[in-house]
Design a protein around this ligand. Structure first.
Ligand SMILES: [Zn+2]
Length: 327
């Protein structure tokens, strides 16, 4: 039926009519709030390039977890800044590691809040890469297979501390299988894996490196994170992680890769997450601060676009703000 029988504006006349036919809805349970846990007590240090985001000592992280719970968020995800870094990523898997301590404290304070553990080595390695590095004169290589054991060990130690979900973000080949095997062997067959399945080497991670103090000391991450040009390869990455036992999959970053999210939603039936990364947050915050964009509208519109593309869960630094806006 063509105009004038069909008038698409009929259903746009009022907010009640628009809500009635709204296709994409946001709820606080869609949002996962990232926390950066650091040593000390009473520490709440704002990250310069991410206004409103902090390095938090364990006691402060517990306060954030309580707030996340009271706002009805889907969960939180923990990143750690260890006391010291070395070439074996000891801080990642130590029983008293920063993330392990935070997990125990948070699970004690808010047992019902879903706590997700980011599993990677870059925050704990002195060189800042996500895997074991072999130096060959001026050249270097990130070794895949020797990294898998350390990742599995990290996942098991997080599960032991009470972590609800394990989320490997390193992009080594075979890590999901290695982690699944490690968890099962250690008695954690029921701990789910949320795999950062399609994680692209992205300029939008800049502010995160300040937040997690994880800038590579040499080179970059292009030999393991994905080339931003490749959507078909992203589907192969996701498929492989599913075959290795991933329970949920993730695309990262979100807004510059909405087509990848949409394609993953079309092809795979697993719960799908997307990470609205630090650069996406910083970009919006900068424009909001300058009065160039309307804060409330762009926060919700950016999240809605990610949901519309097909992500059911969104890792976002706006989680608390968005939950309050939806109210
Ligand atoms: Zn990493």
């Amino acid at each position: 039926m063509a105009f004038p029988i069909t008038r698409l504006r009929r259903m746009r006349q009022s907010e009640p009519l628009r809500s009635l036919v709204r296709e994409t809805l946001l709820t606080p349970t869609n949002f996962i709030y990232p926390l950066f846990v650091c040593p000390g007590e009473g520490v709440r240090k704002e990250i310069g390039s991410m206004p409103g985001v902090f390095n938090l000592s364990v006691d402060e992280a517990v306060k954030e977890a309580r707030e996340a719970k009271s706002l009805g968020l889907g969960g939180i995800i923990l990143f750690g800044l260890p006391e010291k870094k070395d070439e074996a990523a000891t801080g990642a898997w130590a029983e008293d590691g920063i993330v392990q301590r935070a997990t125990r404290a948070i699970k004690k304070a808010t047992p019902d809040l879903v706590v997700i553990g980011d599993v990677c080595l870059c925050e704990y390695m002195s060189h800042g890469h996500c895997g074991v590095v072999e130096k060959k004169g001026k050249d270097y290589e990130i070794l895949n297979d020797p990294t898998l054991d350390i990742l599995a060990k990290t996942a098991v130690s997080q599960a032991r501390a009470g972590m609800d979900i394990i989320a490997p973000s390193d992009m080594m080949d075979g890590r999901v299988g290695a982690i699944r095997k490690g968890l099962d062997t250690a008695g954690f067959a029921n701990t789910p894996i949320l795999s950062y399945a399609a994680k692209f080497a992205s300029g939008f991670y800049g502010p995160f490196r300040e937040a997690a103090d994880s800038t590579p000391q040499f080179g970059d991450r292009r030999s393991y994170q994905m080339d931003g040009a490749n959507v078909r390869e992203a589907m192969r990455e996701i498929k492989q992680d599913i075959q290795e036992g991933a329970d949920m999959i993730m695309v990262k970053p979100a807004m510059p890769y909405l087509d990848v999210i949409a394609e993953a939603r079309r092809r795979f039936d697993l719960p799908l997450a997307a990470y609205q990364v630090s650069g996406e947050y910083a970009m919006l915050q900068a424009a909001i601060k300058n009065g160039w964009l309307d804060r409330d509208r762009v926060i919700l519109e950016s999240l809605q676009s990610i949901r519309r593309a097909g992500a059911s869960m969104i890792l976002t630094y706006f989680a608390k703000d968005a939950a309050r806006l939806i109210g």
